[in-house]
Ligand binder design. Structure first.
Ligand SMILES: *Cc1c(COP(=O)(O)O)cnc(C)c1O
Length: 391
């Protein structure tokens, strides 16, 4: 079965992992810092903190920003559940923002019109790898005293132009914290894993402490005077977690990062092939780039998903039967995402309670086709052929 996404692991990745397995440190060793430094450099951020998953990254982002009970956190309706759950982890109120029908990202106009004064953070999501309109989202949130977290789980390596400059996701000034995921379906992997990127030294340090039980190791920063101290001493200063990423995983991450640009180029090639193949088919919408990006003509989308919009009523085949027949042919199409605002658990805790009209429309039509760096030509051709045959 060809999945909708999967890892691309090569011999040098395996060697990098084996090298660490033979070394002194399996965790909290030198690979962690090296991975953080190389990743920060790649995305153009001053700091990067490696954590155990993209979900852990979002959780620590909320704590570091001081989000808690009574605060509202607005995220896109078109995302994985983790982007909303991070609000619940800290006792805050999740709320949802509808999407634009081009790019399927958070609609800044909707965000602004439905703003509530208790909103303390916006979690923007770069769906499929296409950057959300961060300059606009950043302006709206900051004018109202809220923080901006960018859930860039899909968008490592994406870039956009603004104010005559080219910015990388993770390295622009319109997000306070940017989170990444290295789950195997994402563009680069560490098995499980995540990263928080920021230019703010205080936030970076807070997150570094929180991923390790809130323990402070720097003697300059110890505050407990009533206890004997020595080389053994450490001080827990707040409630943290074990959200560390191992050296084994960081070695894999460093190796993957070296070839990330190649992975992205291959993904872009596949997207072009799909776009060409489906361009003439009635009632099928291939992914488009939002105006704010395309008018400047200088951007890079590190495509993570290839989601087509199919008007199933008009093409005369149901999504279920199309998905089933793709599966019979060994092609694992997916639907990404079920509106997160429609998950019963979250729906009952949704403090906005507005109907996500565009999101529901997109959901009815959405189908994600296989997209990953080592998707072979034969599998790509077969996917195109089977889909065309069914439509
Ligand atoms: C994958 C993903 C996450 C969660 O990342 P994990 O590493 O699986 O915890 C969060 N948000 C989005 C948009 C994702 O795609």
């Amino acid at each position: 079965m060809i999945p909708y996404g999967r890892q691309c692991i090569e011999e040098d990745d395996i060697e990098a992992v084996v090298r660490v397995l033979r070394s002194d440190y399996l965790t909290t060793g030198p690979e962690v810092q090296k991975f953080e430094e190389e990743f920060a450099k790649y995305v153009g951020a001053k700091y990067a903190v490696a954590v155990s998953s993209g979900t852990a990254a979002l959780h620590l982002a909320m704590i570091a920003l001081g989000i808690g009970p009574g605060d509202r956190v607005v995220t896109s309706a078109n995302t994985f559940v983790a982007s909303a759950n991070c609000a619940l982890y800290v006792g805050a109120k999740p709320d949802f923002c509808d999407i634009e029908l081009v790019g399927y990202n958070m609609d800044p106009e909707f965000l602004e019109e439905n703003w509530k004064p208790d909103t303390k953070a916006v979690v923007a999501v770069d769906y499929a790898g296409q950057p959300a309109n961060m300059p606009e989202i950043g302006r709206i949130a900051r004018e109202r005293g809220a923080y901006v977290v960018e859930d860039a789980s899909h968008a490592v390596g994406s870039e956009f132009e603004w104010d005559g400059k080219r910015w990388k996701v993770g390295g622009h000034p319109w997000a306070d914290l940017t989170t990444f995921s290295f789950h195997p379906v994402k563009t680069m992997t560490t098995g499980e894993g995540g990263m928080v990127a920021t230019d703010d030294p205080i936030l970076a340090e807070k997150i570094r402490k929180l991923r390790h039980h809130g323990i402070e190791r720097d003697p300059q920063k110890w505050v407990n005077e009533n206890i004997e101290k020595g080389p053994w001493y450490y001080e827990m200063q707040e409630l943290g977690f074990n959200y560390r990423l191992t050296d084994i995983q960081c070695a894999l991450g460093r190796s993957q990062l070296k070839k990330l640009d190649r992975f992205i180029e291959r993904r872009q090639e596949i997207v072009l092939r799909y776009n060409e193949a489906f361009s003439g088919i009635a009632f099928v919408k291939t992914p488009k780039v939002a105006d704010w990006l395309s008018v400047r003509n200088d951007y890079r989308i590190a495509w993570h998903l290839y989601s087509v919009g199919i008007d199933f009523d008009k093409v005369g085949v149901s999504r279920e039967s199309l998905t089933l027949s793709l599966r019979r042919n060994g092609i694992g199409a997916q639907v990404l995402y079920i509106p997160v605002s429609e998950q019963n658990y979250l729906k009952n805790k949704d403090h906005g309670g507005r109907s996500m009209i565009n999101m529901k429309r997109f959901y009815k039509s959405a189908l994600s086709l296989p997209l990953y760096a080592n998707l072979g030509e034969a599998d790509l051709d077969r996917t195109i052929h089977v889909l065309k045959n069914e439509l």
